[in-house]
Design a binder for this molecule. Sequence first.
Ligand code: GLA
Length: 405
Amino acid sequence: MIFLALTITLLFTFVQVGALNNGLALTPPMGWLTWERFRCNVNCTVDPDNCISEKLIKTMADHIVTDGYRDVGYEYVCIDNCWMLPSRDEHGRLVADPDRFPSGMKGLSDYIHGKGLKLGIYEDFGVFTCGKKYPGSEFYLKTDADTFANWGVDLLKFDTCNSNPSDFEYGFPAMEFYLNKTGRPILFSCEWPHGQHGKSNYTAIRNTCNMWRTGIDVQDSWDSVMGVIDVYAEDMENFSQYSGPGGWADPDMLVVGDFGLSYEQERAQFGMWAMFASPLLMSVDLRNIRNESKALLQNKNILAINQDPMGKQATLKMKMLKNSIYVFTRPLTNSRIAVALLNKSDRGTPTSVTIKGSDVGLSNQNGYNVVDGFTAQSMGSFLPTSDIVLNVNPSGIVLFVATPK
Ligand code: GLA
């Protein structure tokens, strides 16, 4: 009985105090994350240039600065799973593998901060992290929050492997409570809805997390990227309505510049992540990225759509031509509207699509000036009654921004 009362009191405290109020992520967070490209490669003897280590993280941070990514907004340099030793120390604290992180996490965060960047780290709400090789935070939430704050960590990605999904609704707020208590602003990136297969209490998630993974892990293929886009098209439980300044639905990393996507598909992923107001976390080897992929990741017109301060997530407006064309719309500041047409078909020729202005929300009777979302070049002027004729490449995107006259 006493235990129950104590639990309820604690829960009440978390609900009261744990509401997210860290002032972070007013626009979608931008940065780089190890996982999709570098995985759990811990063998620095065999593969010293690609293993999860401070050398890799520092090298990527250097490229983020010298190659212009920081200047366009990429800020968080994030380490995913596989950075720690398999056991905690005698005080119950997590330990970064000293062979791979010889400066320690504090040394690494000093380096990252010295470059004007921020450091992200990964842990798991369960007993172990995914893969079961490393200790999770269960029973150590406060200790781990304090450790991360002492190390100067700026973002925590909190996973859900090896835990009970019914515990998330109090466990994630508890972690947010302890992060807040450290006094250090730490962006809280949760895998909560992913771990519950999308059937979640989004109000509670929005009150707890600065970003939350909506679905499956993205992989390096068009099928995978399209699978993520389908989750957004379906918009299960209207999750689009919860995204906005301070908290963002997260479709997972950008795979632009990796092995699996064509240039058209890279444009499509980047354009759709902008439409969705998604966090932009690149997972790519910045040492040898193709020039066209780099230019895409630094496209200021698309980044401006992604970072639009109103922060509304695009929703599916309609499907056309036997569901091969998806049309998404996103309201932007100053009554502008972004429209994306995505061609799911792999037939090897562009598809000609005709839409009426009013079909995609262009209702201003004086009409709109329309520009290409990637190039900012004029595509003409259209009325609500106008037909807009567009050619959309196979597995490609046409994205335009309409400004009312
Ligand atoms: C899960 C997450 C991924 C990544 C891996 C690391 O699969 O969804 O994003 O963090 O774990 O093991």
